[in-house]
Design a protein around this ligand. Structure first.
Ligand code: MG
Length: 553
């Protein structure tokens, strides 16, 4: 799956989508064995790094914070907001920064060796916490020492529910604010081409097909060549920016981001969990996509070619557009300098006879806004200093600086809790990931705070307007498995094992139907196969049903 782009949804959330299981290095393994054998005597201290000094020479507590980052060119310790954290705790903070790739390679081994930082930022997910529960401090009993976190939970109960497990809280969420309360997926069409050919914005699948045919045959980019790709898709998965979001046209709801049930192929309708894999929604969507493919409107090799080819056809050469229609995060991210030619497309109806209230859209907004952010090691010394640091982090103004950069340098404050990101940021950097923690932050940007000139949020929020009416049709109780529906560690293992067997069979079938057709003839037999007890689909449905029922009760 291709996920790279100039500006993305929270990288932090996408972490959960990829299982990185590197081999444990020899030293780490030896250390883990020594630790488990020594059972808590001095060797354990040596392995887990607890033999390091816990105070400075002048007696100040030392707190060690590790953060996974996009880029480590500008050090966290050089940022003004980290000095504010030190002032708040009257302690000394030692920062360790680690890039995504490096952390992907080291994570398993470090966890197996019991090596956890005092505070971890964007290092761990729900699975890690289930697996190594004894390593993570329960933060819930200490919340009264962190009034800013308490205020956050009062304002955003969904964030608290997301991390609470039978009263325990072993990870704190971050909330990057209303600018990111959007779907992660949008549809884009070349509006300049529509205008040039005198066509209207399509509103149904049939109208889309007719528009794509015109794109193919009428040289809308005007270069005299039949080089137009009417529609581009990344693949047929239940993930970010998938063409399978077209299923929303049929009345089911997707939420293709992070570790959602929907991303595993499960959805809920009227409170009952089902599988997309055996649904008419999927059958109709694949059939439609195959029809477009067979008419030369979608590249035949869409499922097998590498990601660079996709980008070459969307961003093109930056001058002449080639692609007519696609799915992505924002026009800016998808089409670069050609973005102005494109418009975000309101959700299409499957058939003209449907009412407006029957269509839904990808309800991934909680995953784009919220992330699993901060953990505390159970064996960390200086807990009081740690609670002071965390309370300072969740102060709204420090949260803004964690995300966007230092006040008066990269961010200007004006009246009414309004903050403006300086153009200087974009002149020099891709965005604020280089001069701040950005989406790896641990903080809360409340709804009554306004951020101006966050170009990523501005672009995606503008593109979200087209799908907002369809999002309004989604009942978040009965149409979506909520972000806080949490299967147990054991159930997560079962889900994963069964899904491997299931997708092993279904991925091939879906790909064949997209490329060669035949879905009508083979569907009944396919459904029988998918429902075969040995694949575990019924078991997975009941696991998600249980998690859904607990979450919604
Ligand atoms: Mg042309």
């Amino acid at each position: 799956m291709v996920l790279r782009g100039r500006v993305l949804p929270s990288e932090n959330q996408k972490e959960g989508m990829v299982m990185v299981r590197p081999a444990i290095s020899r030293t780490m393994k030896a250390c883990a064995v020594a630790c488990s054998v020594a059972l808590g005597i001095s060797v354990l201290g040596a392995c887990s790094g607890n033999s390091k000094p816990t105070t400075t020479k002048d007696g100040k507590p030392i707190v060690r914070i590790s953060m996974r980052r996009n880029t480590t060119a500008v050090k966290l310790s050089s940022m003004g907001w980290t000095k504010k954290l030190e002032a708040a705790c009257d302690c000394s903070i030692e920062w360790t920064e680690i890039t995504d790739n490096a952390w992907g390679q080291q994570k398993s081994a470090k966890m197996a060796a019991g090596d956890f930082p005092d505070i971890g930022m964007s290092m761990y997910d729900r699975n890690d916490i289930s697996k190594y529960s004894s390593q993570f401090e329960d933060i819930a009993p200490h919340l009264k020492k962190m009034p800013n976190v308490q205020k956050f939970f009062t304002a955003r109960p969904v964030a608290q529910k997301m991390v609470e497990d039978e009263g325990k809280i072993q990870i704190l969420p971050s909330d990057r604010g209303k600018g990111y309360r959007v779907s992660a997926t949008h549809m884009f069409i070349n509006k300049a081409w529509l205008d040039k050919l005198g066509l209207s914005m399509p509103t149904t699948w049939d109208e889309l097909e007719n528009v794509l045919k015109a794109f193919k045959t009428q040289d809308p980019n005007g270069n005299g060549k039949a080089d137009e790709v009417p529609m581009n898709i990344r693949g047929l998965n239940f993930g970010l920016w998938s063409a399978l979001t077209l299923m929303n046209s049929t009345g089911v709801t997707t939420a293709f981001m992070g570790a959602s049930a929907e991303s595993q192929g499960y959805y809920v309708q009227d409170g009952k969990v089902k599988s997309y894999l055996t649904s008419d929604a999927l059958k109709d969507t694949i059939k439609f996509l195959n029809k477009l493919q067979s008419e030369g409107l979608i590249p035949k090799d869409s499922l097998t070619r590498d990601g660079s080819k996709y980008a070459a056809q969307t961003t093109s050469d930056g001058k002449t557009a080639i692609t007519g229609f696609s799915f992505g995060w924002s026009r800016q991210n998808e089409y670069g300098t050609l973005a102005d030619q494109y418009a975000s497309v309101p959700v299409l109806k499957q058939t003209a006879g449907q009412s407006d209230s029957q269509v839904k859209w990808d309800y991934s907004q909680d995953y784009t806004e919220l992330a699993n952010a901060l953990t505390v090691s159970k064996k960390a010394p200086n807990k009081d200093a740690i609670w002071k640091i965390i309370n300072a982090m969740y102060d709204p103004e420090i949260s803004i600086q964690q995300y966007y950069g230092d006040l008066d340098k990269y961010v200007a404050k004006s009246d009414n809790n309004t903050y403006t990101i300086s153009d200087k940021v974009y002149e020099k950097y891709v965005d604020t990931r280089e001069i701040a923690a950005q989406d790896r932050f641990a903080g809360w940007i409340p709804d009554d705070y306004t951020i101006l000139n966050d170009t990523n949020a501005d672009a995606v929020s503008a593109d979200n307007e087209a799908v907002q009416p369809a999002l309004n049709n989604v009942n978040e109780k009965t149409d979506v498995v909520s972000i806080y529906a949490a299967p147990s560690a054991k159930d997560l293992d079962t889900l994963s094992t069964n899904n491997t067997s299931i997708f092993n069979y279904t991925d091939n079938m879906l790909a064949t139907w997209f490329q060669k057709g035949g879905i009508d003839k083979q569907w009944d037999e396919y459904v029988k196969q998918v429902n075969n007890k040995s694949l575990g689909l019924d078991q997975n449905i009941s696991i998600w049903q249980k998690a859904y029922d607990v979450a919604e009760k």
